[in-house]
Ligand binder design. Sequence first.
Ligand SMILES: Cc1ncc(COP(=O)(O)O)c(C=O)c1O
Length: 339
Amino acid sequence: MIKYIDLRSDTVTKPSKAMREAIATAVVGDDVWGDDPTVNKLQEKCSALTGKPAALFVTSGCMANQLAIKCHTNPSEEIIAEWDSHIVKYEVAGPSFISGVQVMPLKGKSGVMHVDEVERHIRPDWYHYPKTSLVCIENTHNRAGGTIYPLDEIKKISSLTKKQNLKLHLDGARIFNASVETGISIEEYSSFVDSISFCFSKGLGAPIGSILCGDVDFITKAHKFRKILGGGMRQSGIIAAGALYALDNNIDRLKEDHQNARHFAEEISRLPFIEIDMDSVQTNIVIFITKKNASVIREKLEKKGLLLTNDGVNKMRVVFHLDVSIEQTEQAIEIFKSL
Ligand SMILES: Cc1ncc(COP(=O)(O)O)c(C=O)c1O
């Protein structure tokens, strides 16, 4: 049987032996009763980490984003988000389905919306218009290739949303990748937004779970909507233990993923059938253009033991994570060169 090098996503990681040990020995209770000490510990830790007064453990990044939208808006309002962001692209029109709001998608540059563009799209108060109530940003930006939202831009958007009395949500599914790369703390990133979510099940290597952080009223509301969405999870300390383990052990090592991504990108950029914008390689994701059919290339690579994804006919994406060592990165490069 082929032992695959799996670069399809950082969500494919499997819990390590030590993480499984932490999961197996977790002290649990009924979290719907507020009785699970491990979930409570995780929520307190995330609250401290972000500097937000409250936090809520949720099933997924998607649930965290949708709860944020639900709690920051009213039906028939409008939210602004980057056109290629996860909220716009991959959450199955959740904002309209769950919150009854319309999305105004704005095209960013490398996933970053310019503050002037955001301002231009805030609706004036007029009978015919929906009210703009929320702006969502994504850091790092998945589909732009793990690009980092510059803090200066976040600050400008934050001043604008404050001035205009709008809410600002940060989809920080991969905020730790941004933080280890820039040295900007999670607390600093969080200080400019009304709510932040992040995932334990991506680069941090836990099997399940995300967190949503914000002020007490916001999280109280989110807690109730989580229940409606079926997110009351009883002895969820079992999975919160994996998340706690990840926070204690798997943050600093994200740098290795970034180094592997950079090294991989530099090496394969020399191949004649590949084009990479090296400026977009900022964290653990590499997106590149192929001059030959990307699905054909993907199938060939798969036969040689390398899994990755293609997006359309000439775009491919690889993601580095804690289950890919430097040796496997070298192997992946060799497999590419052998094509
Ligand atoms: C930026 C971003 N936000 C949210 C999510 C959703 O996370 P989940 O798959 O846990 O719902 C993802 C998943 O890939 C993501 O990349």
